[in-house]
Design a protein around this ligand. Structure first.
Ligand code: BGC
Length: 353
């Protein structure tokens, strides 16, 4: 059974934040904070039972506030990019902030959900205790239509699963695409790059993107390309291949179209560090995943425990609707109609192999 303890965490511009630590019967631990719904640490055992913190995090409030890399962040209202920050809904055009190099909209805008102080409550559930985080994003916030009420429930199970359950509803038609931006490094958060760790992605296709990481509209087979992760490959095996999508992304930073039917909880990806034995399985109800290999991490930002993360020091598996899918009616897209319930789940399960 999981129990949760709480302690004062960082002092933020919005007030005192709290750190919630969940512990299950196996000694696995997950810490999260109400500031931005960030996952702050995940302590997972290796094949000898030795715990290591397998996600990257910041060392102080300054890091979380600048939030350049979105380490562990809850991302919304719309994760990933919207081309030129523009979309049309019910005949009305919306212009969002161009916070991605002044050209596109990224991760919900200038003040995304990662910068909000969420209302948190420890609740009782089948697993013992879980953390419930709530937020109301007012109508017009970051220029999105509709007041959106979001509930995220973070649960640690005795099967060493971290279950992230997202529910949202709006009083007007809007866009809703929620994800978590944890960077995983199964050898430990400060152990160097993830290039030697192995990855599998349950996808036959990916969405082609242009030099600004905006989808071209073409959905390409992974077959015969460095994007093929249907069997395990080391992340670094083909990352520097002379292949246009990798050249554009500076490595992996793309959306894979998952094979399992959208809306059903299905396999998304597996990550494996052979040396420690740590293995993680990601499952989701969402139709896609952004596998981002931390290409923009540049060693300049102070992380946890006084460390500076290097380029490709962690990787993200951001379950999501495809980038710019609000502008692609032919794809599963993140339009949430008034009165409908957004209800999605992503699970990160840890074991050894
Ligand atoms: C994007 C990257 C971006 C990063 C920001 C990822 O989700 O795909 O392009 O640089 O977030 O930390």
């Amino acid at each position: 059974m999981t129990t949760i303890t709480q302690a004062p965490y960082l002092m933020t511009d919005l007030g005192q934040s709290t750190l919630y630590t969940m512990r299950n019967k196996n000694g696995m631990q997950v810490s999260a904070t109400d500031f931005g719904g960030h996952l702050v640490s995940i302590l997972a055992p290796d094949r000898d039972g030795k715990l290591a913190d397998v996600i990257l995090g910041y060392g102080d409030y300054a890091g979380y506030k600048v939030n350049k890399y979105y380490l562990g962040a809850a991302v919304g209202r719309c994760a990933n990019r919207i081309g030129k920050g523009r979309f049309t809904l019910n005949g009305k055009e919306y212009q969002l902030a161009l916070n991605d190099n002044g050209v596109n909209h990224l991760h919900g805008g200038t003040v995304g959900f990662d910068q909000k102080l969420w209302a948190c409550k420890v609740i009782s559930c089948e697993e013992g205790q879980a953390l419930r985080l709530r937020l109301v994003s007012p109508d017009g916030e970051e220029h999105y239509p509709g007041a959106l009420s979001v509930t995220m429930t973070y649960t640690l199970t005795d099967q060493n699963e971290l279950v992230l359950h997202y529910e949202a509803a709006s009083d007007a038609d809007t866009v809703c695409n929620l994800t978590n931006h944890a960077y995983f490094n199964l050898a430990g958060h400060n152990s160097g790059t993830i290039l030697g760790q192995r990855l599998k992605i349950y996808a036959d296709h990916f969405t082609e993107a242009d030099a600004e990481s905006i989808p071209t509209g073409r959905v390409l087979p992974v077959e015969g390309t460095p994007m093929d992760f249907r069997d395990y490959h080391r992340v670094g095996e083909r990352i520097d291949a002379d292949y246009l999508p990798l050249n554009y992304g500076g490595g992996y930073d793309h959306n894979w179209v998952l094979n399992s039917p959208a809306g059903e909880l299905g396999p998304c990806a597996e990550m494996w560090d052979e040396a420690s034995g740590r293995h993680m399985t990601c499952l989701t109800t969402l139709p896609g995943v952004q596998f981002y290999s931390g290409n923009f991490i540049d060693g300049t930002q102070l992380g946890k425990e006084g460390c500076y993360y290097e380029k490709r020091g962690g990787l993200c598996l951001e379950t999501q609707f495809a980038p710019d899918s609000v502008n692609h009616p032919e794809w599963p897209n993140p339009i949430l109609r008034a009165g409908e319930l957004y209800d999605h789940t992503t699970i990160y399960r840890f074991d050894v192999k």
